[in-house]
Design a protein around this ligand. Structure first.
Ligand code: TYD
Ligand code: MG
Length: 454
């Protein structure tokens, strides 16, 4: 019998050690080591082995053939940096139930003149067929295989020779080279390495789906993120229909791009103009506590609605609750309001919400957040044709933001009549005539203009 070899792996970063350790020397995480049994060596695991590998002059490298595959989806193409690069490996991560399988099956079905192979280790071929019918599958050249053994998968793939290979999910795969169970770190790492080798050798692009753990990181070692070329995060609130696909790593494009989708009964629909749906349409009268923020999502302007509710605190300690932004950011802005605008917070509860279940990290939303809080506090509505973009500094001044001209143009396109910006922002000479640009320097000034308070 082969001698059983045991090793310990860090669940967080994949660091290998001969004995158990409390703290991982590689990533510094505590209590992450797990024991795994390996009877066959994993060290032979692979990089990109071209047998004829020889150094070449960069000018001599031939890339005359078309490098990118058009996926028939404007959003996904854009996120990937203009199409799927041949021979690349794309990891799609996301929480259970967010729609990873739906997204990847839709990619497989929507490429009319490409042969795709969709491999599922989680669902049977019949179940996939049911889903495909739901997605309105036409006569796509999509092959389905329900299998978890990597060696069989690679054999089948070499036989079918698909243009795109999709693996749902890497955690269900196992290879015969290693004895530990599917989903263990050494299995994930070795399977990913073999798939990468296959992708680079045959020039086939591979989509790999990965689950993420409760704390939001990809399950399995970080090593997986190092191996692949592109990491896409599929996120969103399960209670909302909107989903965001975000590139967190991209060797062939920008990581600033995101795509917004809506989950419908027949699959995911791309949303080309997210601002139009994120801003609720109360045409008749406006409500207090609502302000529109002109934020940027990568290089695309995204207009969102911020809502605040300020009420008298029922208990001794006032409550602060946010969805869509970091609660510490709200606390910071409230502290600035207290200091600079004489806003008495000690007896007020503040609840803050961004509609649509989005999360915003663009600090240009600060001015809108502050305005919505003030509006709710005074119970004075902000006219619905106004929007805001500026960062709030600790001294209460409005600081300039990037891409201000793009934001102004988008505001004009969305029929806003006024946009409040920082006084210190540099503007282009030519501005849209349909919108009034109001530069403001300080919170006190904003209060005077909008709420007529001094
Ligand atoms: P799924 O893609 O299986 O999620 P994951 O693979 O990330 O675990 O499906 C996610 C959810 O999407 C599921 O709860 C049902 C819903 N859904 C729709 O609303 N419409 C559809 O057309 C499909 C296929 C799924
Ligand atoms: Mg799934």
């Amino acid at each position: 019998m082969a001698k059983v070899k045991k090793t310990f792996f860090c669940k967080n970063c994949g660091h290998e050690s001969a004995k158990w350790l409390g703290c991982c020397p590689a990533c510094g995480e505590w209590n992450t080591f797990v024991e795994e049994i390996i009877s066959k060596p994993t060290t032979s695991a692979v990089g990109i082995n071209n047998s004829n590998s020889q150094a070449q002059l960069i000018g001599d490298i031939d890339f005359s053939h078309e490098l990118r595959i058009n996926l028939n989806s404007a959003e996904i193409n854009r996120i990937l940096g203009g199409g799927l690069v041949c021979g690349s490996m794309v990891l799609v991560g996301g929480e259970p139930g967010i729609g990873k399988s739906t997204l990847s099956l839709q990619i497989a079905l929507n490429c009319p003149n490409l042969k795709t192979l969709y491999i599922s280790g989680e669902e049977s071929a019949q179940q996939i067929k049911i889903r495909a019918t739901r997605l309105g599958a036409n006569d796509a050249q999509c092959y389905i295989l329900s299998e978890t053994l990597l060696e069989t998968i690679i054999m089948q793939t070499k036989e079918i020779k698909p243009d795109i290979l999709i693996i749902d999910s890497i955690q269900t795969l196992y290879t015969e080279r290693i004895d530990s169970s599917a989903g263990s770190i050494s299995q994930i790492r070795d399977c990913a390495m073999q798939l990468l080798k296959f992708a680079k050798e045959t020039d086939t692009p591979v989509f790999v789906i990965g689950h993420i753990t409760k704390d939001g990181t990809l399950a399995g070692p970080k090593v997986l993120e190092h191996i692949v070329d592109v990491v896409l995060q599929f996120e969103g609130d399960n209670n909302h229909a909107y989903r965001i696909l975000r590139a967190t790593k991209n060797r062939f494009g920008s990581t600033a791009e995101t795509g917004i989708f809506e989950m419908q009964h027949n699959g995911l629909r791309e949303i080309e103009n997210p601002s139009e749906i994120l801003i609720s349409q109360h045409n008749d009268s406006s409500f207090s506590g609502v302000a529109i923020a002109a934020t940027m999502d990568g290089i695309r302007p995204l207009f969102i609605e911020t809502q605040s509710l300020v009420s008298t605190a029922a208990y001794g300690v006032p409550q602060r609750s946010t969805t869509g932004i970091d609660v510490r950011r709200l606390n910071m802005l409230l502290a600035v309001l207290e200091k600079r605008a004489g806003f008495r917070l000690a007896m007020k509860d503040v609840f803050f919400n961004i509609t649509g279940g989005l999360r915003i990290s663009d600090t240009a939303a600060d001015m809108a957040i502050v305005s919505s809080v003030l509006s709710s506090n005074f119970d004075i509505p902000i006219p619905i044709n106004c929007c805001f973009c500026a960062e709030v500094g600790l001294t209460g001044e409005f600081r300039p933001v990037s891409h201000v001209n793009q934001r102004i143009n988008e505001a004009a396109r969305l029929n806003f009549k006024k946009i409040f910006i920082s006084k210190y922002n540099k503007l282009e000479d030519k501005q849209p005539s349909s919108i009034e640009i109001i530069p403001v320097a300080k919170i006190e000034e904003l209060m005077k203009i909008i709420f007529r308070k001094t």
